[in-house]
Design a protein around this ligand. Structure first.
Ligand SMILES: Nc1ncnc2c1ncn2[C@@H]1O[C@H](COP(=O)(O)OP(=O)(O)O)[C@@H](O)[C@H]1O
Ligand SMILES: [Mg+2]
Ligand SMILES: [Zn+2]
Length: 470
């Protein structure tokens, strides 16, 4: 028998190397390269001619299509993120930290479908059947007709699922525990995970079952091991949460069949995940009223307005290089806002540490948060609490101008609904309708707003006095 060829595979991104090295050139990770048996092509079988290609029929664009290609499971927060429900024959990867609630969420989804008389199969490669049953009992789902198994062999799974009528949903928890005979590498290696995913995806496409794969996430937020799997699936969802909070946010990272900017908000309880239909109320529930450095941002996530508190702390630094730390927002946008404050508003922050935090563990991607972030920063620096009944939104340009943003009316409406009395917004949006009962305060430039906030301040002896100059 010929000597097996060995290759070195990055366990993070799947890049191939001829020999071991400490750092992967492709993804930059350290110590992720491991030796794996190469996936060699099968040698030709003696006495059998090499297989000729099979002819197949080409189809026109028009023709029979499956009816009801989408199936909403009835968990609104989940359905919204998937783009309206599970698509037949589609494959979805759900990533998230261990313990965040992936198994809980998917058991609930499967139970919803099973109760609606769809065939739902849940395959656990991590837990024994008894453990899954215990969870189902705790979640009061034990009566749902989910078909359950603890299996890890992809061939066995595909054979079992192909045996009867096609399931409407198959959950594989998790893809990292699956292995296939077609690949020689050890279970858990990238080659195995990729091979197992490929076989399961083939099954989904062929049968029309919707497939959900669970994937673990590494500390930097990548779905562990096979980033390659992300490219193989139709949608990638990530389930996130802050350790200290009970909130869980489901977010679409990639979606071939729907939008990628929608979020679903849940609360983890002993009885499972509770849907949060009004996230603004939740994110604002722990507000520290009357303290400087906080501003309420009227944001939009997908189609939904969400109000959230931005908290800033600006303090004189004791270090040569001041610290800039951000949780929940883009560090480069913070750097830009700080540069604009410095260049156009006369606020010097080079001697200050700056911390910015988005409350509740939400991650904001919108530039519309510029104005709220800037207001919180100036408020902290000047020791001037912002009015507790005001919301802020607007994009700040490099010239210091405050620019209008999309969906102003929806933001104002949400603020009015939650009892806010005024909105500090771009001048261009000041005649916007939507916020009945809200006093609209249009601002043209960041300098104007900064001066106004600082004028109400009572700077502590150590605060930078320059902040009070317009
Ligand atoms: N007995 C319990 N009572 C309340 N919450 C529980 C209980 N057991 C587990 N949980 C919650 O469920 C979470 C684990 O969820 P799980 O779906 O197993 O996560 P994952 O599959 O993402 O690892 C725990 O972090 C905890 O918050
Ligand atoms: Mg789990
Ligand atoms: Zn790599």
């Amino acid at each position: 028998m010929a000597r097996r060829e060995l290759t070195f595979v990055c366990q993070n991104c799947g890049a191939l190397y001829g020999r071991w090295q400490g750092k992967c050139d492709a993804c930059g990770e350290w110590n992720t390269i491991a030796e794996e048996a190469a996936a060699t092509a099968r040698p030709p079988q003696p006495g059998r001619a090499p297989r000729k290609g099979r002819k197949f029929a080409l189809e026109p664009l028009t023709g029979e299509t499956h009816d009801a290609p989408r199936l909403a499971c009835g968990i609104t927060e989940f359905d919204r993120v998937t783009g309206g429900g599970l698509v037949r024959g589609s494959v979805l990867l759900l990533g998230g930290d261990p313990g965040i609630g992936k198994s809980t969420l998917l058991l609930e989804v499967a139970a919803k479908l099973a109760r609606a008389r769809h065939r739902a199969v849940y395959i656990s490669g991590e837990e024994a059947v008894a453990q899954v049953r215990l969870r189902a009992e705790r979640l009061k789902l034990a009566d749902a007709q989910i078909e359950l198994a603890a299996e890890t062999s992809v061939e066995d799974i595909v054979a079992t699922l192909s045996d009867r009528d096609t399931p409407r949903l198959v959950v594989i928890d998790s893809i990292q525990t699956m292995w296939t005979d077609a690949v020689e590498s050890a279970p858990g290696t990238v080659t195995q995970v990729r091979g197992a995913a490929a076989a399961l995806i083939r099954f989904a496409k062929r049968s029309g079952a919707a497939l959900i794969l669970v994937g673990h996430v590494t500390k930097d937020g990548q779905i562990a091991g096979p980033r390659v799997v992300e490219h193989m699936v139709d949608a990638v969802l990530s389930f996130e949460g802050e350790g200290s909070h009970q909130f869980r946010i489901l977010r679409a990272v990639k979606n071939r069949f729907g939008p990628t900017d929608e979020i679903g908000v849940f609360e983890m309880t002993g009885l499972g995940l509770k849907e949060i239909a009004n996230p603004s109320a939740l994110f604002l529930s722990e507000r520290d009223l009357g303290s400087p450095g906080t501003a309420v941002f009227a944001g939009i996530e997908g189609t939904r307005p969400i109000l959230v508190e931005m908290q800033a702390l600006v303090a004189p630094t004791s270090l040569g290089t001041p610290r800039r730390a951000v949780v929940g927002w883009d560090p480069s946008r913070l750097a830009m806002v700080l540069a604009v404050l410095e260049a156009h508003c006369g606020i010097r922050l080079s001697g200050h540490d700056v911390y910015l935090n988005v409350a509740g563990g939400l991650r904001i991607q919108e530039p519309a948060a510029d104005l709220a972030a800037a207001a919180a920063l100036v408020s902290s620096l000047a020791n001037a609490p912002l009015p507790a009944d005001a919301v802020y939104f607007g994009e700040v340009s490099l010239s210091g101008a405050v620019r209008p943003v999309a969906q102003a009316a929806a933001r104002l409406k949400e603020a009015a609904k939650l009892g806010f009395a005024r909105a500090v917004i771009p001048q261009g949006a000041a005649n916007e309708s939507g916020g009945e009962g809200l006093a609209l305060n249009g601002v043209q430039s960041l300098a104007e707003l900064a001066a106004e906030i600082a004028a109400h301040g009572t700077p502590s002896p150590r605060a930078d006095r320059r902040a009070r100059e317009p």
